[in-house]
Design a protein around this ligand. Sequence first.
Ligand code: DAH
Length: 354
Amino acid sequence: MSTAQNLKSELQILQGTLGSQVQKSSTLEQLDDIRHNALGKKGQLTQILKGLGNVSPDERKEIGALANSLKDEILALIDKREKELGEQYYASLTETEWIDTTIPPAPFPRSFYAGERAGHLHPVTLVQRRLEQIFTSMGFSVLDGPEVESDFYNFEALNFTEDHPAREMQDTFYTENGNLLRTHTSPVQVRAMQKLEAPFRVVVPGRVFRYEELDASHEHTFNQMEGMVIDRNVSVSHLLHLMQTLLAEIFERHVEVRLRPGYFPFVEPGFELDMQCLICGGDGCPVCKKTGWVEVLPCGLVHPNVIRAGGLDPAEFQGAAFGLGLTRLAMLKYGIEDIRHLQNAKVEFIEQFN
Ligand code: DAH
């Protein structure tokens, strides 16, 4: 067989095999492979045509034309198969991708909703909102104050002198210009006196910050609610009544309380208010450290220096104030054993407080 005949028959064989490969292909990827392997730069056709150098010019012409028509034919076949496969694919979609519009939808995550069905409130927020209801029903307003506070409002106006040791107990984070992250909500006492007209009653929920060694009961960030009543003839009995009412409302039962002296530079007299342990009913348990009492509420009558710093005359106006640990209260109410859960971003934790 001459070289020319050889080439011709090779081309015919290639035509045959490609034809059947294309017919048998079942994906667009397979078609691509066929095109690439047969007609690509280093494909089978090119390999065959390398033999052209050994044939006469006339034969070369003939074989060249044959190769071209083979190429056209195969490309046309591939095109046709491509269309067929495409149609098959789209037809199959009606089988594989149909939707049963009668199936009830899967529930969306809570975070999807706005308004009434929105995600959970944090336990601290739950307690805060409840307290806000209780206090507004008693004629209190709800105030807010800055979290980055000046030394004046956080300490000085509250009767902490510059070298007062109590500052040490409330160590915190300072900004470069000498401001600080407030260590308590008490600075808003002075802001309120400056801003509002006496007499008034306010509560101030908010975040506070301390430099703390973290453990199950200490966090660098926690929540308090400051309370303040400014009026004429305010006494300790007002304070006691207020505290008792709020605890009964929040725990939804009567709670026994007791007052102990407590020291804070901005109150005189100052107290620690304890409530009888709700876990053991006063018999003594781990929660109350076997004492039967749990410390919940520091409070007192506002120091005359603080009344003055607020621009009022202590001879005319007196104040009762308390600093409620919102975080602490939420932990007591919901039996949360570790404060670090509260700032944790775990959805599993928050989901429990529906
Ligand atoms: N600000 C105090 C603290 O964080 C708590 C406190 C004590 C607030 C007595 C008061 C108060 O209003 O009367 O430790």
